[in-house]
Structures are given as structure tokens and as C-alpha cells.
Design a protein around this ligand. Structure first.
Ligand code: SF4
Ligand code: SF4
Length: 418
């Protein structure tokens, strides 16, 4: 069993983590701060605090933005503590039926494919399809979904169905693509852009068709059974091709961090040495797309300049977890003029499945702060290497009446090689 006190006791109460904490910004209370969470979790372990509805509400309000982990002088893994606390909550109260249904889809690609297909044909019934066809707007209020909210539309063909498993280049270099669920089912232009860039670089592309969801939505909800099922499934599958590729490229910050950091934490605490050894063979080959393109290719020497201005939002799971900030900017500045927003590091407020549904008022507060910040910048485009940020930022730019286009950095780069 994971011991909360081992981490909580290392907190020196310096409070450095508090000013930038996302939940503390929108709900300024010591109980909803990294330091407060650590104290509460120790209290639970020692039997002073009960796992009740208040505890559930408290631990489910963390955005898992990782700001506290990055800033903490002791690098305390508050995110891992919260994930474990949510597991305790899930064991005590169970997981809502609709989340379980969603996690079923994550475990079974055939079922998600079927729902996405039905979603594509029927989305116009309950939603109004926006002009650019990339978003749908809810026509009426549903529990946990307010009228007028923008959501990503399903596409006719998923990324994984659209391309063959192998796309040949010069035969000298070969990489695999891990696409992530949002880019597979909703924002398929992200994968299109990555394929186009890799073809341009003459690199062989392997699209592993049996890849499963990384497991992040389940992990962040405390469903460790689904998480472990997906970890085992992905590792066993990745092993079958890892020696034949130089990298697994992930265009989504959250999926990339889940595969590259959270898997390690989970395996170390809940699985055995053998699994850790197997995972270690894979871990070093997992990269964010902009990081890999910047470090391991000469792409930036081949990009055409465009007369566009862009502002870049640092997705938490790239910036705060892996300090990937310079790489996307170095590539993008060859194409566009970059105009920095006041605080590109400030979380967009997506927060995960529970915050996007049961606690959307928190996502709304943080989303509006970010959107107002973006609105102030004189730019044509806002960009981030993350489809969850895209969903949250698109919704809130709409709410503050800003018409900047959101584009993934890969889309902008792909347009610059035409
Ligand atoms: S992960 Fe983010 S929201 Fe959660 S405690 Fe840390 S800084 Fe606050
Ligand atoms: S920064 Fe780290 S040590 Fe300081 S209060 Fe926050 S969690 Fe504790």
C-alpha cells in the first residue's frame, strides 16, 4: 500500500507551491492547496480524517497541473498523492456509471470506434455543428453539460483507420506514432500534420494499429484497474516493435506524460520488477513531437516563413513535467512571429474528466482567466501541444469573444512545408 505520510513528512511547509496552484487560484483555501492536500492525506492515513464526501470533493478538485511538483524544493509528487487519494475515493464510493462506460470504451477500441461512428452521424441531433466542422455546440442543457458549450466533433474516419500501418520513407530512419484518443477521434488534423512532416523528412512511419488509450483519464479518476489493464496492454504491444523504431512520437502532452512518467510511478508502486524492466526498454524512446523534431531532425532549417503572429500556451504535461518550452518555440519561430502572452505557463484549466463534468465551474473560472490573457495578445493563432488544452481554450475563447484560431504546432509546421 502506498504510504502518504512518507511524502507528507517531507513537506517543509514553505508555501512556494501555493501562489501558482491552479485550484488555490480559483478556490483560495489551504485545504485546496498542495500543502493542504499533503496534510489531509496524512490525516487520512492516521485515521484523523474520514474518507467522506468532503474528502472526495477536496481531492477531486485538484487540476493535476503539476505546477506544485515543478516548483517544490523537495520535488514532492503531489500529483501521485492525489491520484492515490482518488483511488481510495473510488474504492469507497465507486465510480459514476457514465465514467465507467467511458473507461470501457478506452479499454476496447472496437467499442470506442463504434461510438465515434455513431457520434459522427448523430452529433447534429443534440449539437449544432460549427462552421469549421471541428466543434459542436450543445443545443440544450444536459446534466453536467451547459447549453452552448463547445465540444470537439467526431470525424468521419479516425486517424488510426485513415492511414496504412507502414508509410515508407527513405528506409534510413523509422518512428512510431502514438496518437492519443482526442487526436484519433476528434482532432485528426494533428495526426495528418505529423504524417505530412515525417513524409517531408523522408522518415519511415509506423502507425501501430493495436495501440490502446494511454490510460490517463482512468488514472486521474482513481480507476487503477483500468489504468493497469491499459499499462500492461500497451507495454506488451510496444515491446513487439520497440527495437525497430528510434522513437515513439506523441503529439499530446497528457498522453506523452502518462506514457513517459506516470507509467513509471505506477509500475514502481503497484507492479513488479519484471514489468519495470520491460517498461524501461520503452520509456527512453517516448517523445513529444516538437521535442523530437527539434532535437533529432533538421526540420527547422527547412521551414518557410509565414506572415502570421502566434501566441504559445505551455501545456502543463509538456512544460511543468518535462520542461519542454524551448523546443516548440524554436520550431515555430521559423514559421511565425511569436508574441508571448502574460503567463504562458498558467494552466488552461482543463483538469480532466471530473473537472470537465461535475466541477466545470472550476474549469470555467480558470479557463476565463487564460482566455482573457490570450485575448489581450495581438496574434492570429493560439497554439499548444495538447488537445485537452485545445478543447478548454477553444471553449473559453468563444466565451470571451476572441476569434483567434487554435492550431496544434504540428499543423502550423505542416503548413510551412507546402
Ligand atoms: S497539481 Fe496543480 S492544482 Fe493540483 S495541487 Fe498541484 S498545483 Fe495545485
Ligand atoms: S513547495 Fe513542497 S515543501 Fe513547500 S509547502 Fe509546497 S509541497 Fe511543501
Amino acid at each position: 500500500m502506498f504510504k502518504f505520510s512518507e511524502i507528507s513528512d517531507m513537506c517543509i511547509k514553505c508555501g512556494k507551491c501555493i501562489p501558482g496552484c491552479t485550484i488555490h487560484r480559483v478556490n483560495p483555501d489551504e485545504a485546496t492547496s498542495p500543502r493542504g492536500f499533503l496534510d489531509i492525506l496524512k490525516g487520512v492515513e492516521e485515521g484523523d480524517i474520514q474518507i467522506d464526501k468532503t474528502f472526495k470533493d477536496t481531492v477531486e478538485s485538484c487540476f493535476l497541473c503539476n505546477q506544485c511538483v515543478e516548483i517544490c524544493p523537495n520535488s514532492l509528487p503531489t500529483d501521485f498523492m492525489i491520484e492515490n487519494a482518488r483511488n481510495l475515493v473510488a474504492k469507497k464510493f465507486g465510480i459514476a456509471w457514465w465514467k465507467r462506460a467511458f473507461f470501457f470504451l478506452l479499454r476496447h477500441r472496437w467499442a470506442y470506434d463504434l461510438i465515434a461512428k455513431l457520434g459522427f452521424y448523430f452529433q447534429s441531433c443534440g449539437f449544432k455543428i460549427e462552421e469549421n466542422k471541428k466543434s459542436i455546440r450543445s443545443r440544450f442543457s444536459l446534466p453536467m453539460l451547459e447549453k452552448g458549450r463547445l465540444l470537439p466533433a467526431f470525424r468521419k474516419k479516425t486517424f488510426l483507420k485513415k492511414y496504412p500501418e507502414e508509410i515508407k520513407g527513405s528506409g534510413k530512419r523509422r518512428v512510431a506514432i502514438f496518437i492519443g484518443c482526442l487526436a484519433n477521434y476528434n482532432y485528426t488534423e494533428v495526426g495528418d500534420a505529423l504524417v505530412k512532416i515525417l513524409k517531408f523528412l523522408d522518415i519511415d512511419i509506423f502507425i501501430p494499429k493495436k495501440q490502446a488509450c494511454c490510460g490517463a483519464p482512468a488514472y486521474f479518476t482513481g480507476d487503477f484497474e483500468t489504468t493497469e489493464y491499459l499499462i500492461r496492454k500497451n507495454i506488451a504491444y510496444f515491446e513487439s516493435f520497440i527495437d525497430e523504431v528510434e522513437a515513439i512520437l506523441v503529439p499530446e502532452a497528457t498522453c506523452m506524460a502518462m506514457l513517459r512518467k506516470d507509467y513509471e510511478e505506477y509500475i514502481k508502486h503497484y507492479m513488479d520488477e519484471e514489468w519495470l524492466k520491460r517498461y524501461k526498454k520503452i520509456q527512453g524512446k517516448i517523445f513529444s513531437t516538437t521535442e523530437w523534431l527539434y532535437k533529432y531532425t533538421n526540420l527547422r532549417e527547412k521551414l518557410n516563413k509565414k506572415n502570421l503572429t502566434l501566441t504559445y500556451h505551455d501545456a502543463c504535461h509538456c512544460a511543468k513535467v518535462f520542461s519542454i518550452r524551448k523546443e516548440p518555440r524554436e520550431l515555430l519561430k521559423k514559421v511565425v512571429k511569436i508574441e508571448e502572452m502574460e503567463d504562458s505557463n498558467l494552466c488552461c484549466g482543463f483538469g480532466g474528466i471530473t473537472i470537465q463534468s461535475e466541477k466545470f465551474h472550476l474549469a470555467r473560472k480558470e479557463g476565463l482567466i487564460k482566455a482573457e490573457m490570450i485575448k489581450k495578445v495581438n496574434a492570429d493563432i493560439v497554439s499548444a501541444e495538447c488537445s485537452a488544452c485545445r478543447m478548454q481554450i477553444t471553449e473559453h475563447l468563444d466565451k470571451v469573444g476572441d476569434n483567434k484560431l487554435f492550431k496544434h504546432p504540428l499543423e502550423i509546421i505542416a503548413e510551412a512545408i507546402e
